[in-house]
Design a binder for this molecule. Structure first.
Ligand SMILES: [Mn+2]
Length: 244
């Protein structure tokens, strides 16, 4: 039987590597933001950490930066799922390849399959599907189209990094996510990334949120999944300030 309460720390857009030069006003801002996220996940003993893209600001981050990030990931006692975004696509020179995740942080699952893949956590009764960015040129990527059918776990999550299309004015945007993509994705919760603001863009019965960038707006979310065993499933999103 799945756990009755599953808590997921959902963050995105940490933009590690942005403005890290010594002349920048706050050169360590994004590193401190991520360390604060890890502190919170440890304190709150969440069941899973989900990073919905643009974890890194770019793929040229220095080795000392990827070393710091790896040290922080190692501190997390729970599984972590990372989806590469448009700033940190999984290209040949991706920052992710310069971290020994498999050797040092084996609880981290990096979503790699360009078509999309599902990471399963039977002990949590949860499965997470995502399609990664794999190139800086993939502007026509549809992050939430053509998902596989739901799996057996009671909680089916999608993670997507892209731009929510609000109206016709958004028509030409890269990595579009249409309202119908969310409404039709067959998941319980869509963990989004790309926007810096915290936004609830729930469509029909599918809850969907941008958590907000911990670095730029100082926010992140803990999402509580409750009641899978008694048939009254309930999802609560709690936004919290990330203090640096
Ligand atoms: Mn982005």
């Amino acid at each position: 039987m799945a756990k009755d309460l599953v808590r997921v720390l959902h963050t995105s857009d940490v933009h590690i590597g942005a403005f890290t030069e010594k002349w920048a006003p706050q050169p360590d801002k994004c590193l401190h933001a991520f360390r604060a996220i890890v502190d919170r996940a440890v304190q709150e003993q969440v069941d899973l950490v989900l990073i919905a893209g643009d974890f890194f600001d770019h793929n040229r981050v220095r080795q000392e930066v990827t070393d710091f990030v790896l040290d922080q990931l190692v501190r997390l006692p729970m599984p972590t799922v990372i989806l590469p975004g448009n700033h940190d696509p999984l290209e040949k020179n991706a920052a992710y390849w310069r971290m020994d995740l498999a050797g040092k942080a084996p609880r981290v699952h990096l979503i790699k399959d360009p078509e999309g893949e599902t990471v399963r956590f039977p002990e949590l009764g949860m499965a997470i599907w995502g399609r990664p960015h794999i190139s800086y040129d993939d502007v026509s990527l549809l992050p939430l189209r053509n998902l596989p059918p739901r799996g057996p776990e009671p909680w089916q999550i999608a993670v997507g990094h892209g731009h929510f299309v609000r109206d016709e004015a958004d028509g030409g945007r890269a990595y579009p996510i249409y309202p119908q993509d969310i409404a039709d994705c067959g998941r319980d919760y869509v963990a989004l990334g790309h926007w810096d603001a915290h936004m609830d863009i729930t469509q029909g019965s599918v809850r969907a949120f941008y958590p907000g960038s911990p670095t730029w707006v100082g926010l992140s979310s803990i999402v509580e999944f409750k009641g899978a065993n008694n048939g009254s499933k309930q999802i609560t999103v709690k936004s919290f300030p990330v203090t640096l």
